[in-house]
Design a protein around this ligand. Sequence first.
Ligand code: NAI
Length: 287
Amino acid sequence: MPGVEGRVVVVTGAGGGLGREYALLLASRGARVVVNDLGGARDGSGAGTSMADTVVGEIRAAGGEAVANYDSVATSDGAAKIVQTAIDHFGRVDGLVNNAGILRDRAFHKMGDDDWESVLRVHLFGGFNVTRAAWPHFREQGHGRVVMATSTSGIYGNFGQSNYGTAKAGLIGLTNTLALEGRKYNILANAVAPMAATRMTEDVAPPELLKKLDPAQIAPIVAYLLADECTDSGSVIVAGGGQVHRVQYFQSKGVTFGDVPTVDEVAARWSEITDMTGSVPGTNPVG
Ligand code: NAI
């Protein structure tokens, strides 16, 4: 049975939505959980303690172990305090779910500096900040699990989400390198792109679709990726409405030019370069 029993897991943005589901399931499986949440609005404005406190109350009422933290993932100082909460209360940190997020959708031609920066700060810098704070502990103990909340918006793009999609794609890039650098220390890093009815999606999808997207359906995927038995690293998993699949880059057979090609030669062979028939999983040509 895949386990997180006795493990200490930090879940950022766990005061509501998906993070709350992750925290509740992890605690019910015997993990000790740091429930982090800044407690603000969907656009990142405001702050408060009640969201994290409520989830900690739910976990304790069910007999689980949890502690609240209200710092922002968007600063390295906040991130250090989040991880320190785990150390102070539970003496260690074994896993991290970088789940905190905000939304500031704008068409690209209307995207302002603040909308761009605040979304990257929370998602991309947030993922970096908290992972960097936990990393030395993971390395020292030879065990660590990182789950990044990415999005199909980062994988495929989405109207109005150039800021959000960029941040979410960046987290996949971060996950890829963490998987490489973490492997010899038994630190595994994976990304999950959820699809779930939460306050983040309440007005961006039709109600009939949202009814099928219970956020509880994502929690077992995240819990598995945090479990001792998990060996995957560098995977991107898309999950929602009961459907779970892995997404991966593939590369075409391509062409090899013996010499510097002319533009006309490139044009003549373009369909061969881009034809994905017989494509194979992509590999890094520089090793
Ligand atoms: P949500 O808005 O319910 O949860 C996000 C939580 O993060 C909130 O509780 C919020 O207070 C907290 N938060 C925001 N800024 C923070 C900060 N600076 N520091 C600490 N906490 C902060 O939204 P939801 O849907 O539960 O999203 C969770 C994650 O899943 C996000 O990263 C989101 O981008 C991602 N996601 C969700 C999808 C969905 O279908 N719901 C789709 C794709 C990705």
